[in-house]
Design a binder for this molecule. Structure first.
Ligand SMILES: Cc1cc2nc3c(=O)[nH]c(=O)nc-3n(C[C@H](O)[C@H](O)[C@H](O)COP(=O)(O)OP(=O)(O)OC[C@H]3O[C@@H](n4cnc5c(N)ncnc54)[C@H](O)[C@@H]3O)c2cc1C
Length: 311
């Protein structure tokens, strides 16, 4: 068991590091969709995404959608991203889908200028609010945590309350971030964390991350906000259910979230047991970094790719 965990940790690092190689990127981008990326991504167009959201809703699942993309370095592209997200929200409203948008600030210009990202995300938060929709800001690499939390706070100060963000259990700083946010009764998604981070800032051992996830989960559930428990880890899901029951936390104070293409049966089992489950369902042509993070989380997914390639 310990040897397997070590092997997985090593493979995870290797996959996330290889993701930066131009050769790996060229190969995966050329063949990836055919070899299995379609398992994790709803498709390349908004129509593909809308069809996937509808299929999920028909099974009793809620969904969010993300136009894949990150690390945009020019203002014009960020404006095109804003326009596409406005269209996504309009389509969700028109088609009466149980869905919302989750987006990344580096897709909206955080690498160019925090003010640009703020103006873009504010425009989208206002658009979402006008349509009665919720919107979530994903959490990216550790360098973006401070600006992301600043942007989230500014939106709330500007009266935009139908917005949430994400905290990552692997960062040492997260218990302090949570304490600072709780007075806002925030809507927070809790994740383990998907990026390659240095041991100076993030727990390198999975067992420590899992233990911290359980601790943060309890604090969030008892904290008066709304908690999106985003994990496929059954032990943590069971822990959340038991903790909520023991502390009289109603089911409308939390939901479970999982990724499109991961543990689909578990998603449906939870729906049958009366829990709200949201499936994060991204789309778009820029699926490469997203796919590499999914492979890093479960190196066994690589075998799935290799099997498809051999076929
Ligand atoms: C809805 C959602 C939103 C997220 N948003 C963010 C975010 O904003 N920022 C961020 O840093 N991270 C985000 N993540 C990713 C997260 O940080 C983890 O990397 C990811 O969820 C894997 O961890 P786990 O909690 O499922 O637990 P793990 O212990 O990694 O996995 C538990 C079990 O789930 C299954 N599993 C997990 N991942 C996969 C996979 N890729 N393929 C197949 N099976 C898998 C396996 O059976 C595994 O044994 C998000 C995850 C979810 C579900």
């Amino acid at each position: 068991m310990a040897a397997r965990a070590t092997l997985n940790a090593v493979s995870r690092k290797a996959i996330l590091a290889a993701a930066d190689s131009a050769r790996v990127q060229r190969f995966v981008q050329t063949h990836g969709m055919r070899l299995g990326a379609a398992r994790f991504v709803a498709g390349e167009t908004l129509d593909d995404s809308i069809a996937a959201l509808r299929r999920l809703n028909e099974q009793g699942l809620h969904a969010n959608t993300t136009l894949l993309g990150e690390a945009v370095h020019d203002e014009a592209t960020t404006k095109a991203v804003v326009a596409e997200y406005e269209e996504v929200m309009r389509r969700i409203a028109e088609e009466k889908l149980n869905a919302n948008v989750a987006l990344k600030l580096t897709h909206l210009g955080l690498d160019v200028d925090e003010e640009l990202a703020y103006a873009n995300v504010k425009q989208l938060a206002e658009h979402a609010t006008g349509l009665g929709q919720f919107m979530r800001i994903d959490m990216e690499q550790s360098a973006y945590v401070d600006p992301t939390l600043r942007v989230y706070r500014r939106l709330r100060e500007d009266g935009l309350d139908r917005v949430g963000t994400v905290l990552q259990a692997y960062l040492y700083r997260t218990p302090d971030d949570l304490d600072a946010l709780l007075p806002l009764a925030p809507n927070l998604r809790l994740v383990k964390g998907a990026y390659l981070e240095a041991p100076e800032i993030a727990y390198p051992q999975k067992t420590d991350v899992d233990a911290m996830y359980a601790r943060l989960l309890e604090r969030m559930l008892s904290g008066g906000g709304y908690t999106a428990i985003a994990t496929h880890d059954e032990a943590l899901i069971d822990h959340a259910i038991a903790y909520a029951k023991a502390h009289g936390i109603e089911r409308d104070r939390f939901e479970f979230q999982m990724l499109y293409g991961v543990r689909s049966q578990l998603q449906l089992d939870l729906v049958r047991r009366g829990y709200k489950v949201l499936v994060a369902t991204p789309y778009g042509p820029e699926w490469y970094p997203y796919l590499m993070r999914r492979l890093g989380e479960r190196p066994a997914n690589l075998l799935f790719f290799v099997r498809n390639a051999l076929r």
